[in-house]
Ligand binder design. Structure first.
Ligand SMILES: CC(C)(COP(=O)(O)OP(=O)(O)OC[C@H]1O[C@@H](n2cnc3c(N)ncnc32)[C@H](O)[C@@H]1OP(=O)(O)O)[C@@H](O)C(=O)NCCC(=O)NCCSC(=O)C[C@H](O)C(=O)O
Ligand SMILES: [Mg+2]
Length: 361
């Protein structure tokens, strides 16, 4: 066991000092691209500034024959691109794969100063994070990297879900977690073949009406309500992240054509506490940016509550509803998020500023 006093000491001589707090950087969409796909890769420089995070994916969805080309492609893109306000992340191959060691030993020296976060797939427990933590420290020290690269774990095994709290607390580098619904479904032996989203078979049904003879008419038409297969895991992930001061994200929504259901899934995650999601196709970026930004109505209401609550204590009535210290805190979550997003998104800033003008008018 490490002493608490050692937790913020570098794990290699010459490695940068670990951060004490994970900065709250906007990351509404983590946009995946395959650096070995020339058409996709060519689009990346023009996407800078349109999305909060660009992620060069080296793991699943990259063909085995293209693993080296993807790694080298990411190095080329990162070296040639000024990312401005957009973060650069990568998803490395899984820790039991033949590629992961070369991923890390190539990327850190070549583009370590530009890489904000490394996403680690199929994390099972704290031991996986400890391995990456030490190796990153050694590579950072060797390469003279000045800012620690953060770690993001994907929750996509049953063991990972069971160990979610120890994963979040395993290293000061831990930036956040994403749900990996496809691998998780397979690992749990769930019977959905979809990449995220709901399932029409996972439902509850309205009670049966009474028949004339007083029995339940189970054959009558009854409304069914589709349920969210991922509610339990997302809620568990959000609690573990909040407890450790790191950030939870939804993951992939594979039905690219169904932008309506995609928006619903993203919004459920936003309401439950997630700060962002993955986008797999350019059309999902706009959805994520919109859904993971507080709406004008949310901000209008939040600012009214803040104003009405004065010194922040006691209870007041607003539009027939009670507001108090606790609901004020809920409103402050939205106001703080709006301020962070407005700082990097001029369109949102204009939208939120217009609310103030309207109120002042
Ligand atoms: C899903 C796709 C395979 C679809 O690609 P495609 O058929 O080419 O789509 P379109 O014809 O609609 O594309 C239009 C143009 O846009 C470009 N494009 C497509 N996707 C991207 C992208 N992600 N970034 C940048 N540009 C993109 C196309 O090249 C077209 O260009 P042009 O012809 O010049 O107009 C594809 O979108 C894709 O591969 N997406 C990424 C998939 C991915 O990363 N999957 C892994 C993450 S999900 C996962 O791993 C599961 C998870 O771990 C779990 O366990 O749950
Ligand atoms: Mg996966």
């Amino acid at each position: 066991m490490r002493s608490a006093k050692d937790f913020f000491a570098p794990l290699a001589v010459g490695a940068p000092t670990p951060v004490r707090e994970i900065p709250a950087r906007p990351s509404r969409a983590i946009h995946f691209f395959d650096p070995s796909n020339e058409k996709m890769a060519a689009k990346i420089p023009a996407m800078v500034g349109t999305v909060d995070v660009l992620l060069g994916n080296l793991e699943d969805a990259v063909k085995a024959d293209n693993k080296v080309a993807a790694r080298e492609g990411l190095v080329r893109i990162a070296q040639a691109t000024d990312f401005g306000p957009t973060q650069l992340w990568t998803r490395i191959n899984s820790l039991d794969s033949p590629w992961v060691l070369d991923d890390l030993t190539t990327l850190v020296p070549a583009i370590g100063e530009k890489l904000d976060v490394i996403m680690v797939p199929k994390v099972q427990g704290a031991e996986d994070i400890h391995y990456i933590d030490r190796l990153l420290a050694q590579l950072e020290a060797k390469a003279g990297i000045t800012k620690p690269i953060l770690i993001h774990a994907i929750l996509e095994t049953a063991r990972g879900v069971a160990n979610v709290e120890e994963i979040c607390g395993a290293s000061p580098r831990m930036q956040g977690l994403s749900l990996g619904p496809a691998d998780l479904a397979a690992d749990r032996k769930m019977k959905t073949t979809r990449v995220g989203g709901g399932h029409p078979g996972y439902l509850v049904r309205q009670d049966p009406p009474r028949a004339a003879d007083g029995t339940n008419d189970i054959n009558a038409a009854r409304t069914t309500y589709q349920q969210d297969l991922w509610h339990y895991t997302i809620a568990k992930m959000v609690d573990a992240c909040a407890m450790h001061g790191i950030y939870p994200y939804y993951g992939p929504f594979g039905d690219i054509a169904d932008v309506v259901a995609c928006e619903d899934q993203f919004r459920n995650a936003f309401l439950l506490g997630c700060v962002g999601t993955w986008s797999l196709h350019p059309k999902q970026i706009e959805i994520a940016n919109r859904v993971f930004s507080p709406s004008v109505e949310d901000i209008k209401h939040a600012r009214r509550v803040v104003a009405a609550m004065g010194d922040g204590t006691g209870a007041v009535m607003l539009d027939g509803k009670m507001e108090d210290d606790a609901s004020l805190k809920q409103c402050l979550v939205l106001v703080a998020l709006a301020e962070q997003l407005a700082a990097i998104d001029p369109n949102l800033k204009a939208t939120y500023d217009a609310i103030e003008l309207e109120e002042g008018a």
